[in-house]
Design a protein around this ligand. Structure first.
Ligand code: BES
Ligand code: MN
Ligand code: ZN
Length: 498
């Protein structure tokens, strides 16, 4: 989809559709007022008739409005003017896109970016509009033989975004570029998540990383099993040994910061399918465990975004990726693995595999002398129980880093929630037979998982994002969300600006 910025007149713009905001209690936005006045009060008349009440996310399409050049005028409900936050703004944008796609229009001009949204500058409003539009427009049909029927009506090629004055155009174009960069990372993360696990396996992820590096000119290295053995990644290898598909360890380096500047390291869990291993999962919804590589997908997506932004920061991406399968050679409950750090781990449940691959990646991260390490993982069902599907679980060994990430999530509308990791929780991981056990029992499952990881992250500032509840949606809308690419991008952009 093609966007462009302009300073247009709602009545004179010639498009298939012009999109205007209307608040609850019949209050017209500035652009809607203009259309109302050239059409001799047509909009006011319709509102008075009671056919449109301006409730958030409602839409109404009018045809051939007098003295308006465009064939269609779409009214978009904005809800109460006093409550019009950035969240409501994005909801209105999404609603307008859905109605636009249904209408069959090929192009449109939207005046929603001209609205006043609490504290948001034009650049940010345009960026959010672009992100929300592309997020709502996303479709995964790469491997569907018959394109869905609705698709034949989806003719939409482009949207012009109007800003209130010509001197906002430069700023708006910066917002457009930012929004498109984030959306392309989000879209990549969604695609990788949505691909079936027989396609998106560790080899495929490694190929995608290499292709990204080729395209954008950053360094990518893939370590094979022999190299992992050399490094002593016994914990990671223990998870992968039940699978016919070989493990890969992907290293990506975006080095656009100052020479010698310590990098931020992102570590993504890349289990391309999690059966649970010998501690086999129950059958219901097991297909969703193809999404167990969404941490890895978010690292790849974020690398695409920061490459497009040419972000002036040093960022390293690490992705341990393998399958977790039951097999004659698979790790058994009771087995003890020796991690790269030297710590031995008693595997009491082979389904707690994410932490076993991440711990070796966290040890590997030490060699980069990082300014911060952030891991991203669909780590625990317990996190879904604690926070549901709205907030990502955030754990950290440094409060300043935690607050940076929380703030980034707020700004990006991709929120996280700070969870405790007090020392009282640590004894739950004690083992009679090794330095630590890989599970801590049913209570506080997402916290003990984070405590486990923290044992391998003692040498630097570290945060852990448990995205088990936020990386994908179940049910009728099943699909990857691309989270937390927006959060991670906001965090890195903020660091680059410091
Ligand atoms: N990938 C799962 C976590 C998960 C489960 C995410 C369901 C989203 C939905 C992870 O590897 C896992 O199986 N964790 C176990 C840990 C337990 C054995 C301590 C879990 O959460 O049940
Ligand atoms: Mn598991
Ligand atoms: Zn898992």
């Amino acid at each position: 989809m093609k966007f462009s910025i302009k300073n247009g007149s709602a009545a004179k713009e010639l498009h298939d559709c012009v999109i205007l905001g209307v608040y609850e209690s019949q209050e017209l936005s500035a652009a809607a007022q203009q259309v109302d006045s050239v059409s001799e009060g047509f909009l006011t008349k319709i509102l008075k008739r009671g056919d449109f009440d301006g409730k958030l996310e409602t839409t109404l399409i009018l045809h051939d409005v007098a003295n308006v050049a465009s064939a269609r005028v779409m009214l978009v409900g904005l809800g109460k003017a006093t409550a019009f936050t950035e969240k409501h703004y994005c909801k209105a944008v999404r609603a307008s896109l859905k109605a636009l796609v249904k209408s069959g229009a090929k192009n449109a001009v939207t005046f929603l970016a001209e609205l006043t949204v609490k504290k948001l500058a034009t650049e940010r409003r345009v960026a959010l509009l672009v992100e929300a539009t592309l997020d709502a427009h996303y479709k995964f049909d790469a491997i569907k033989r018959k394109k869905e029927k609705a698709d034949t009506k989806n003719n939409l090629l482009g949207i012009d975004i109007s800003v209130a004055s010509a001197n906002e155009i430069t700023e708006a174009n910066a917002g457009l570029a930012h929004g498109e960069a984030v959306a392309s990372g989000v879209s990549l993360a969604k695609d990788l998540g949505n691909l079936p696990p027989n396609v998106c396996n560790p080899t495929y992820l490694a190929e995608q990383a290499l292709a990204l590096g080729q395209h954008y000119g950053f360094k990518v290295e893939v370590l094979e099993r022999e190299a992992l053995e050399q490094l002593g990644m016994g914990s990671f290898l223990g998870v992968s040994q039940g699978s016919e598909t070989p493990p890969k360890f992907i290293i990506m380096q975006h080095l656009k910061g100052k020479v010698g500047e310590k990098p931020v390291v992102l570590v993504g869990k890349g289990i391309t399918f999690d059966t649970g291993g010998i501690s086999l999962k129950p059958g219901a919804e097991m297909d969703e465990m193809k999404y167990d590589m969404c941490g890895a997908a978010s690292v790849l997506g974020t690398f695409k975004t920061i490459a497009e932004l040419d972000l002036k920061l040093n960022v390293i991406g690490l992705i341990p990726t393998c399958e977790n399968m039951p097999d004659g050679r698979a790790t058994r409950p009771g087995d003890v693995l020796t991690s790269m750090s030297g710590l031995t781990i008693e595997v009491l449940n082979t389904d707690a595999e994410g932490r076993l691959i991440l711990c070796d990646a966290l040890t590997y991260a030490e060699r980069f002398e990082p300014s911060a390490v952030v891991d991203i993982a669909t780590l625990t069902g317990a996190c879904v129980i604690a926070l549901g599907h709205h907030a990502t679980g955030l754990f950290s060994n440094q409060d300043a880093l935690a607050h940076e990430l929380l703030r980034a999530g707020e700004v990006a509308l991709d929120r996280a929630w700070h969870m405790p990791m007090w020392e009282e929780y640590h004894p739950l991981l004690e083992s009679n037979f090794a330095d630590l056990a890989n599970i801590g029992g049913r209570a506080a499952g997402s916290i003990t998982a984070a405590c486990f990881l923290s044992r391998f992250a003692e040498k630097y500032h570290w945060a852990h994002l448990d995205i088990a509840g936020t990386a994908w949606k179940s049910g009728k809308e099943k699909g990857g969300t691309g989270r937390p690419v927006p959060l991670l991008t906001a965090f890195l952009v903020n660091r680059a600006n410091q």
